[in-house]
Design a protein around this ligand. Structure first.
Ligand code: FES
Length: 90
């Protein structure tokens, strides 16, 4: 069982579930735009469990670089949940 926490919400999800899938199924505060690592609208801070997300692809890294994101930021539209993860939005 994997846990994905965002804001005060907690979800138990299958290994390999994407954050986009979770947000499509439940009402979460994560805002999506392009859903393709282009706009940066979905940037979130990973409070815990960053190692439990899928790796950062070149497109995601390029947008994070443009946004001068901190190392604990990810684009939610590109993240796959592989273990316990805690996310902060905003
Ligand atoms: S929704 Fe545009 S980068 Fe994630």
């Amino acid at each position: 069982m994997l846990t994905f926490k965002v804001a005060e919400l907690e979800f138990f999800v299958e290994h390999g579930t994407t954050i986009q899938q979770i947000c499509a199924q439940y009402d979460t505060p994560i805002i999506f735009g392009c859903r393709a690592a282009k706009c940066g609208a979905c940037i979130v801070r990973i409070l815990d469990g960053g190692k439990n997300l899928g790796s950062i692809g070149t497109c995601e890294q390029a947008v994070l670089d443009i946004l001068a994101a901190e190392p604990d930021h990810r684009l939610a539209c590109q993240c796959t949940v592989l273990g316990d993860v805690t996310v902060e939005v905003g």
